[in-house]
Design a protein around this ligand. Structure first.
Ligand code: C5P
Length: 298
């Protein structure tokens, strides 16, 4: 069967605040997600039997531990469909970098199979499976700007028009989300600092002053990040960036700009320090839907 091809976009957390602890060891979050134009590509085809997942990234397993594989198994169970699937993932999103790549791939498989099998489940019908796969997966059923509460999996879409230019500094992984949260708890856990996200939601003009509460813990877990963070903040200052912050539990950072020339200035400044930047843009909720499937040439 000819495979169908889908985009699986990356996210950043424009701001991430840890506001408490939840039963079961998870942390209660308040975060603003946004979708980036950077994406992986996923080819899905029906086969006779078995589920096979292949990736072109050496550190992403193709076995049943892959979240995309688990998503496919869950969809088979839910739908009662037998028969096999071949899933090929072309990775461009940095792995383990706080950009939600694995979660995005899993959500893309849920949405794609819902469409390919004509199940008509939609967001409502997929949300519980998404939650069971990981805290970041439900966001990727929505895309665009959204507020994440609870474990980060209680999603409220936001009507924000994000048109800033983004310079992403992808982290090459190596920081485990679980370890960063553990370190955060050891460091004293949630602070009493006033929520900048609340202030932003009252007056969402530009992101600017949002913060990521996990940055300190991520740097303690991976001390090399301290130098990168310093260099990024310097580039932000010299170029007039409106925000520079870490995404998720690291190790990627991003800078936001009002215009392309300031982004180019920061990009050059970072390149001189041997730090790779990837320019990209934001994807609205509407484009997230319309650009999901990549039509095959006739
Ligand atoms: O759900 P996910 O697999 O992405 O989370 C990885 C780990 O990160 C969890 O096992 C948990 O230790 C930690 N975590 C947390 N609070 C959250 C999300 C994740 O403590 N809201």
């Amino acid at each position: 069967m000819t495979p169908r091809r889908f985009r699986s976009f990356a996210k950043i957390n424009l701001g991430l605040e840890v506001v408490g602890r939840l039963p079961g060891g998870y942390h209660e979050l308040k975060t603003i997600f946004a979708t980036l134009s950077l994406h992986d590509t996923i080819d899905i085809a029906a086969t006779k039997a078995g589920i096979s997942v292949r990736t072109d990234h050496p550190s992403v397993p193709g076995d049943e531990t892959n979240l995309a594989h688990r998503a496919a198994v869950a969809m088979q169970r839910l739908s009662g469909r037998t028969g096999g699937l071949s899933i090929a993932i072309h990775k461009r999103i940095a792995v383990g970098g706080g950009l939600g790549g694995g979660s995005s791939n899993a959500a893309a498989v849920l949405r794609a199979l819902d469409s390919m099998w004509g199940l008509g489940l939609g967001r409502e019908g997929l949300i519980e499976i998404a939650k069971s796969l990981g805290a970041d997966v439900p966001y990727f059923l929505f895309g665009g700007a959204a507020l994440g509460l609870g474990r980060g999996d209680d999603i409220r879409p936001l009507d924000l028009r994000l048109d800033q230019k983004v310079l992403l500094v992808p982290g090459d992984g190596g920081v485990s989300t679980a370890q960063v949260f553990r370190r955060f708890a050891e460091d004293g856990g949630p602070s009493e600092a006033r929520s900048r996200i609340d202030a932003f939601l009252r007056k969402p003009l530009t992101p600017g002053r949002l913060r990521n509460d996990l940055e300190r813990a991520a740097i303690e877990e991976s001390p090399a990040l301290a130098g990168v963070a310093r260099r990024i903040r310097r580039a932000a200052r010299v170029s007039g960036a409106i925000q520079a912050a870490m995404s998720g539990s690291g190790s990627s950072f991003f800078l936001l700009f009002e215009d392309a020339p300031s982004r180019a200035a920061a990009w050059r400044d970072l390149r001189e320090a041997g730090i790779r930047g990837v320019p990209c843009g934001f994807v609205s909720r509407r484009s997230y839907e319309s650009r999901f499937e990549i039509p095959r040439q006739a």
